[in-house]
Design a protein around this ligand. Structure first.
Ligand code: MN
Length: 335
């Protein structure tokens, strides 16, 4: 990230009451990015009000907090579950660049409010001219395997020290978001290597992140496999299945079972969620970018979607059949 981007960002938020938040069902990268950013800002601006708001944490995040707190009982992981609007001058949104992925308190509509917001994120985003002055402050770069690494860079640029618990948090975020380096790059490995030290053993971090699979997840995976439909396109195999929950995990499981691309459809009370996963080798070989495909389709059908080249999702409130066909057609064009 360019240093001038950091400077503009910090100049803009100076002397403001800051609320930091992230997407709903907060994952480990979202959690870590919020707390490390808060810690950085408290060091950088003394005496400036910063709070964190979360809607709901994912199960694996709750499990991580439980394990982390055992090791670091002194570390303050408290956050707000509601917010008091007049007290907030600016929202800093980490680990997403889509307002639809945030569940605000009391149905608050940030997009149509006067409160400015800035994204710090590593997901694919469409570059358009709309609101370009607001977007110029965003710190978004899809070449990072986690948002936590963007925050790490802030600490490095401004030479702010990282404590052992903060380093532990950042390593955990990099490991989970890069799928233990499977979707990572040289930089993510270098960052972890830099953060490890005498007091932090990599095996201890693996233990922090360990979690027994819930029986409901196991059932979803098995049902997903039982219902899978196979489409062959040349030497590529696409698997499509329906599950009521854990669609992202099931799609990813399909790619481990032998499919090059896994697609799941999940029906929710008022909407459908389509989750897609592709093998990294397929994305590299063919140029396939699921995030781009789903983002474009979501715009056409007024849904919300996006993600990375090998992992993306789409939420819509119309029957998903036509949309599914469109996704398959677009995917096939790369194969
Ligand atoms: Mn992330």
């Amino acid at each position: 990230m360019l240093k001038s981007k950091f400077e503009n960002f910090l100049a803009f938020i100076k002397n403001k009451n800051i609320l930091i938040t992230t997407h709903d069902l907060v994952d480990i990268d979202g959690l870590v990015s919020c707390f490390t950013l808060k810690f950085f800002l408290n060091q950088y601006f003394k005496n400036q009000e910063t709070s964190i708001y979360f809607s709901e944490l994912s199960k694996s995040t709750k499990n991580f907090i439980k394990n982390f707190t055992k090791n670091f009982p002194e570390f303050d992981l408290s956050y707000e579950e509601s917010f008091d609007l007049p007290n907030n001058d600016i929202f800093l949104i980490v680990d997403t660049n889509n307002l639809n992925q945030i569940k605000f308190d009391n149905n608050f509509d940030l997009a149509h409010s006067d409160i400015p917001y800035i994204f710090l994120d590593h997901h694919y985003t469409v570059m358009d001219s709309e609101n370009s002055s607001r977007k110029s402050l965003d710190l978004i770069n899809e070449n990072y395997s986690s948002t936590a690494e963007i925050i790490l860079e802030l600490f490095e640029f401004y030479k702010k020290p990282l404590t052992i618990p903060l380093k532990t948090l950042i390593i955990s975020a990099i490991l989970t978001d890069s799928g233990f380096f499977k979707h990572g790059n040289n930089k993510s490995i270098q960052n972890v290597s830099k953060l490890l030290c005498e007091e932090i053993k990599i095996q201890d971090i693996f233990l922090l992140l360990q979690r027994e699979m819930d029986i409901s997840v196991k059932i979803a995976y098995i049902k997903g496999l039982q219902r899978v439909e196979l489409i062959r396109e040349g030497k590529f195999l696409i698997g499509i299945t329906k599950v009521s929950s854990f669609g992202a995990g099931v799609a990813s499981m399909l790619t481990k079972m032998g499919f090059d691309i896994g697609i799941t459809i999940s029906k929710e009370p008022n909407q459908y969620i389509i989750n897609t996963r592709a093998k990294k080798t397929v994305c590299i070989k063919t140029g396939l970018n699921l995030g781009k495909i789903l983002r474009e389709i979501s715009e056409k059908y007024e849904g919300s979607g996006g993600g990375h080249d090998g992992a993306a999702s789409l939420t819509i409130n119309i029957e998903p059949d036509i949309i599914l066909q469109e996704i398959i057609e677009q995917v096939k064009q790369y194969l």
